[in-house]
Design a protein around this ligand. Structure first.
Ligand code: ADP
Ligand code: ADP
Length: 226
């Protein structure tokens, strides 16, 4: 099963920036996949399109066989997104934030509470459950975004520069957590501009530059070429 298939994807923003110029990409179910590229290459635009936050100009995207346009709700249910910017209400508590997300996806309350405890504990946030988001450190906020993205138990987790600005210890524990949930079967796609991060974590990798995929290979094959 393909977790993600992207074909002929283009995006031209209003104002005329050609952010994507015919992206082709496929990711297998269960993969741990990196989309690597310099700033401005089109990583966030690609992720924005997969998560239905940005409209593509042309091309097709399918998520676990669901067409992103024609079967939007089914496709969205498969995806958990961890965006680059903190986009939660800073005045809500950690617990409220994850429970609201579950509510949004129609997860029953008792199940939502069980999951909140499970994921907040795994991400070392359970003791902070009654703290307001704005009281959290940067690393905690990032972990909160991961917990929130898992509340509807998506088949695929997409993370946009997940460890940007996070110190090395927290980064390692986040890596460890991501490896664990990947081993439990969740497909993971992350964007990064650090090759080291991709190298640590990922089995397969695509390199994007100026809106095009210039390499799509296994991490092993890429490293043997460098
Ligand atoms: P990356 O995530 O790899 O840094 P982006 O997808 O953010 O790259 O950006 C790709 C290109 O599109 C850049 O030239 C960027 O300035 C431009 N861009 C991104 N978002 C917008 C937008 N909302 N409107 C106009 N241009 C944008
Ligand atoms: P979409 O087609 O996905 O709705 P838009 O083209 O409407 O995206 O752009 C979204 C907003 O981002 C616009 O208000 C645009 O002005 C703004 N924007 C412009 N340039 C950039 C940029 N380089 N990076 C991020 N946002 C940008």
């Amino acid at each position: 099963m393909q977790a993600l298939t992207i074909s002929g994807l283009t995006k031209t923003y209003r104002g005329g920036v050609h952010a994507l110029k015919g992206v082709e990409l496929s990711v297998n179910e269960g993969d741990f996949f990196a989309l690597l590229g310099p700033n401005g290459a089109g990583k966030s635009t690609t992720i924005g399109i997969i998560s239905s936050l940005v409209n593509p100009s042309s091309g097709t995207v399918s998520v676990f066989g669901y067409d992103l346009v024609k079967q939007k709700e089914q496709a969205k249910a498969c995806i958990g997104l961890v965006p680059q910017e903190f986009n939660f209400n800073q005045f809500e508590t950690v617990l409220q934030i994850v429970l609201n997300q579950a509510g949004y996806y129609g997860v029953p309350r008792n199940i939502a509470h069980e999951r909140a405890e499970k994921y907040l504990t795994q991400l070392d946030l359970w003791e902070k459950r009654n703290a307001r988001a704005r009281e959290l450190s940067g690393g905690m906020k990032r972990r909160l975004m991961i917990a929130r993205a898992l509340m509807h138990e998506p088949k695929m987790l997409i993370l946009d520069e997940p460890t940007a600005g996070v110190d090395i210890e927290i980064r390692r524990s986040m890596w460890h957590f991501l490896q664990e949930i990947n081993q439990q079967g969740i497909t993971i796609i992350l964007t990064t501009h650090y090759l080291e991060e991709a190298e640590m974590l990922c089995r397969n990798i695509a390199i994007i530059d100026k809106g095009q995929i210039v390499e799509n290979t296994s991490m092993k094959a890429l490293l043997s070429k460098l």
